[in-house]
Design a protein around this ligand. Structure first.
Ligand SMILES: Nc1ncnc2c1ncn2[C@@H]1O[C@H](COP(=O)(O)OP(=O)(O)OP(=O)(O)O)[C@@H](O)[C@H]1O
Ligand SMILES: CC(=O)N[C@H]1[C@@H]2OC[C@@H](O2)[C@@H](O)[C@@H]1O[C@H](C)C(=O)O
Length: 371
């Protein structure tokens, strides 16, 4: 099939990601030939936009209008990151083949005949403002084909971290945690394990007024509450076999509040939430790839020393390392994955892995808004 921009070598892409932790936008300049990131910009969301995106994760008044305005605001924020990235790297717009733009997930209900997943982003506005082809809505086609629409990064993880020498697992610690299983024989697995930071972030905001528990230091002052941990672990999602994905639709503060009992100290609850994240990840890895000896961690949660320490303790014999040791800093991996997915779209190559998402087959992912 003809490619989209035959006059350009399909090399330079921009990837834009704003994930479930709602901390802001990561943008990367990505060279699809060398699979290298050559520039990175992070822009936090303005507090009002962050609050509105968080609110739009749950039913509310006048949602259609509010979602449209939020999608415009996300597009403007993305366009701003594109400009910053081009300026910082001395790159011209005309050199970029396409932008791979994730958008902001506010609902993720992929299961059943009426399954859907919603990432807010006005792709038309982004194309208009950036003057570059935009590939967005990268999850819907997989859901239409009966898949989870997530996680999508395992195919990219395979491309950059996969090896035929040994089995490797890759862990993204965002709002939600997801594992990619890169088997040496070429098979690739992947699924969401449950919360990474989203519950800890919410609880920290309520009790400390801060966006997150830096390095897990607050959690480290508490003690794990075994009864609460057991109640949280009883959530059926944890026992589901892959393919599976989740989000804030399930793991939100009301979910936690409904499981608390009076007298539990906030720092002990925080310690228990960290333990929940660590155990659900470690248990999943032990179950799905018991022979793994290498776990590459990325996402903001890889900066949480306490969480990384617990993962190492729960996974004896597994080397838990940061993606930074493989030349890809922890905050750049997801944005690079969406740049890579845009490249797949431009090259008319499938972006999904049916073995991961459960889709009926390989599919071209994304919708194009030409510049
Ligand atoms: N120094 C730190 N100590 C502890 N946690 C941190 C630190 N820095 C970042 N984080 C955590 O990382 C989160 C941001 O991670 P990231 O940007 O990877 O998530 P995301 O991409 O929004 O989520 P997802 O991958 O689920 O879509 C923050 O909300 C915070 O919880
Ligand atoms: C619906 C959605 O936005 N899912 C995200 C979320 O954040 C982490 C985890 O849940 C993962 O399934 C996915 O993101 C990554 C980038 C993915 O698709 O691989």
């Amino acid at each position: 099939m003809a490619s989209l921009a035959p006059s350009k070598p399909h090399r330079l892409y921009i990837g834009l990601m704003s994930g479930t932790s709602l901390d802001g936008i990561d943008g990367v300049l990505f060279d699809a030939a060398s699979l290298a990131v050559t520039g990175h910009v992070h822009a936090p969301f303005a507090p009002a936009l962050r609050d509105e995106l968080l609110a739009l994760n749950a039913p509310g008044d006048n949602e259609l209008h509010r979602a449209a305005l939020a999608a415009n605001a996300v597009a403007r924020g993305y366009a701003d990151v594109v400009s910053q990235l081009l300026e910082a790297t001395g790159t011209r717009r005309s050199q970029i083949t396409a932008i791979g733009a994730h958008g902001q997930t506010v609902r993720h209900r992929p299961d059943g005949l009426d399954g859907y997943t919603t990432q807010l982003l006005n792709g038309a506005l982004l194309a208009e403002q950036a003057g570059i082809d935009v590939v967005c809505d990268l999850r819907s086609r997989d859901v239409a084909a009966g898949g989870q629409g997530a996680p999508l990064v395992p195919a990219f993880h395979r491309a950059i971290f996969g090896t035929s020498d040994t089995d490797v697992a890759v862990l993204n610690l965002g709002g939600i945690a997801n594992l990619s299983l890169l088997f040496a024989d070429g098979r690739t697995g992947g699924f969401d394990t449950g919360p990474a930071n989203c519950l800890m972030d919410g609880w920290t905001a309520v009790h400390l007024g801060e966006a997150f528990d830096a390095d897990g230091t607050w959690a480290a002052t508490g003690h794990v509450l075994p009864e609460l941990l057991a109640v949280l672990q009883a959530e059926p999602f944890f026992a589901l076999p892959p393919p599976k994905s989740t989000g804030r639709d399930l793991f939100h503060l009301d979910w936690l509040q409904a499981r608390l009992t009076p007298g539990q100290r906030p720092q002990d609850v925080q310690a228990t939430l960290l333990e929940l994240s660590a155990r659900s990840i470690a248990d999943s890895l032990k179950h799905q790839m018991p022979q793994a000896r290498t776990l590459i961690a990325c996402g903001g949660g890889a900066r949480n020393g306490r969480l990384m320490q617990r993962l190492s303790e729960l996974l004896p014999g597994v080397e838990v390392e940061s993606s930074a040791t493989r030349n890809l800093p922890v905050d750049q991996v997801e944005a690079a994955a969406f740049a890579w997915l845009a490249h797949r779209f431009v090259e008319r190559q499938p972006g999904n892995l049916p073995a991961v998402t459960g889709a009926a087959g390989p599919r071209l992912l994304g919708a194009l808004y030409p510049a």
